[in-house]
Design a protein around this ligand. Structure first.
Ligand code: 3HC
Length: 313
């Protein structure tokens, strides 16, 4: 290990925040660009399943809340692309990698949103899982990522609460509404657990990411925390978690739960999920249609820059 690497490791051990201009191992930089850019892609693609219900929300209030949430996700994505750029990543390249299928985004966004209850289940479970994963990221060793997560987590808690409120309203409604909530839980429970990634034993990145304090907990640890926190919430709703193997384990003071369908997970991660193609097509269409906006903004920025330079001359 050369002295630069030794100094870097000592800084990580001392809980220093690594900043953009600091020396860092290439692999640390690459890992962060990979994780942060895929996180950003997930936020942007994540707008699509919920965007599908904005025009069909059951009330003006629900429409306004859902609109605010989807807009937040866009902001999270742009925030995270900016964090990736502090590592020298080029935004157009990152977005082309998403469109070409080279870059990943969270598997959860490749499922269809079939009923209004899905908006509740997504807020409650998907944003709930995102919070479980993102709160520790507020302490990740890379400064810009940690700081971005503080802002993101504040908004995620609103996302989770509004989703849980939708589920509560449905569960206190008619028998049909409660059945719709149970159906949504049945379809979104397992995919939400898969958001935490493969089992630790099958994760090629976790060990190094934990050593570099990019990750503060492993995939399985966060998945377990999420299950333990969410089961009582389902009980309060009067809903049944769709896992016959779910059982409280007094010894570990947590729930045992059934094996996930990892074949489904890897199928989706490799692009063969129910909505993968439709999601990427929608992103490509939006990107093409937004070209004039980007060009206008760049032209305006250039004009402002020239005007400032001529005033300074
Ligand atoms: N969907 C798609 N790909 C996944 C995945 C998932 N749910 N979980 C893991 N993968 C991929 C990884 O990206 C990695 O592939 P790569 O090396 O080509 O990037 C491979 O599967 C092996 O997984 P690892 O566990 O070894 O990879 P990581 O150490 O990167 O851990 C992670 C995966 C836990 C998702 C981690 O990257 C992470 O914490 N990312 C930041 C949070 C994030 O991206 N969350 C996604 C959802 S964002 C969201 O929910 C927004 C909210 O507003 C709704």
């Amino acid at each position: 290990m050369n002295s630069l690497e030794a100094q870097f490791e000592a800084r990580i051990a001392a809980e220093d925040k690594i900043e953009p201009k600091d020396w860092m191992p290439d692999h640390y930089r690459k890992t962060l660009i990979r994780q942060i850019s895929q996180h950003a892609h997930s936020e942007i693609v994540g707008m699509l399943p919920e965007g599908n219900w904005i025009t069909r929300a059951p009330s003006l209030r629900r429409k306004a809340v859902l609109l605010a949430k989807v807009q937040d996700e866009a902001g999270h994505g742009l925030y995270l692309y900016s964090a990736a750029e502090t590592l020298g990543a080029d935004r157009d390249t990152l977005i082309n990698d998403l469109h070409s299928g080279k870059a990943k985004y969270s598997s959860i966004f490749n499922y269809p949103t079939l009923t209004w209850a899905d908006m509740g289940a997504i807020g409650w479970l998907v944003d709930g899982a995102a919070i479980m994963n993102q709160v520790p990221l507020c302490r990740t060793s890379y400064g810009p990522y940690a700081r971005a997560m503080v802002r993101v987590c504040k908004e995620e808690s609103f996302h989770q609460r509004q989703g849980y409120e939708i589920m509560l309203t449905l569960c206190r409604g008619s028998a049909e509404q409660k059945a719709m909530a149970q159906d949504a839980l049945n379809r979104w429970w397992a995919p939400s657990l898969m958001m935490f990634g493969p089992k630790d034993a099958d994760s090629p990145n976790t060990e190094q990411s934990m050593r570099w304090k990019i990750k503060r907990f492993s995939n399985d640890e966060l998945r377990q925390k999420f299950v333990d926190a969410t089961v009582p919430q389902a009980e309060y709703l009067g809903l049944t978690i769709p896992d016959p193997d779910l059982k409280w384990n007094e010894e570990k003071m947590g729930y045992d739960f059934g094996e996930l369908n990892w074949e489904e997970f890897y199928n989706i991660v490799s692009g063969n999920g129910p909505c993968n193609r439709q999601r990427i097509q929608a992103r490509k269409k939006a990107y093409d249609e937004g070209k004039w906006v980007r060009e206008a903004a760049m032209a305006h920025a250039e004009k402002m820059k020239t005007r400032k330079e001529s005033q300074a001359a």
